[in-house]
Design a protein around this ligand. Structure first.
Ligand SMILES: [Zn+2]
Ligand SMILES: [Zn+2]
Length: 167
């Protein structure tokens, strides 16, 4: 695909139950066990309104009686990342549930600095063209992190309404 027809698709949020069900199905299809701890960590991330840090995940697990030491939880986070069930938002050092774990994809984020909402976006051809530029100067890309910060539609609508009200 050429950069001219580069498309950005915003991935719509999905209900928690649907995410947990597809996570379980994906684990089964890969012969991986969706243990109670893996399920609870995944659910905690899926239920969070925005990206959630490992420390907050640990806190939630303690609250739910599934207390585990940090090393165990880090292993679970690695597992979930390996299966593409969750993504790490590098700039926030926090995790979000993937909205389409059924298929492999690269993932970029739109992070609202006003409400903290983080949306997934796919821009495969943009990444391909960046990798192309890098390989042109002899650099081979392993991972690419693309996180765009700004204001989401919801927050823009609210601030628009407020400025109209005060006009
Ligand atoms: Zn994803
Ligand atoms: Zn927002």
């Amino acid at each position: 695909m050429s950069p001219e027809n580069c498309v950005a698709i915003s991935v719509e949020p999905r209900p928690v139950e649907s995410l947990v069900a597809s996570a379980e199905a994906l684990c089964e299809s890969l012969n991986e066990r969706f243990t109670p701890l893996r399920r609870q960590v995944f659910r905690t991330i899926a239920e969070s309104s925005g990206p959630i840090s490992a420390y907050r995940i640990l806190d939630r697990l303690l609250d739910s009686g599934l207390g585990s030491g940090p090393p165990t939880v880090y292993r679970v986070l690695e597992f979930l990342q390996r299966l593409n069930l969750i993504h790490r938002v590098e700039s926030l050092n926090a995790f979000v549930a993937c909205m389409s774990p059924e298929r492999h994809h690269t993932c970029q984020f739109l992070i609202c600095t006003s409400c903290g909402t983080t949306a997934e976006m796919e821009a495969e051809s943009l990444l391909a063209s960046m990798s192309g530029i890098a390989s042109g100067i002899g650099f081979s890309v392993n991972t690419a992190v693309l996180e765009l910060k700004g204001v989401c539609r919801g927050c823009r609508d609210v601030s628009g309404a407020l400025s109209l009200a005060s006009a």
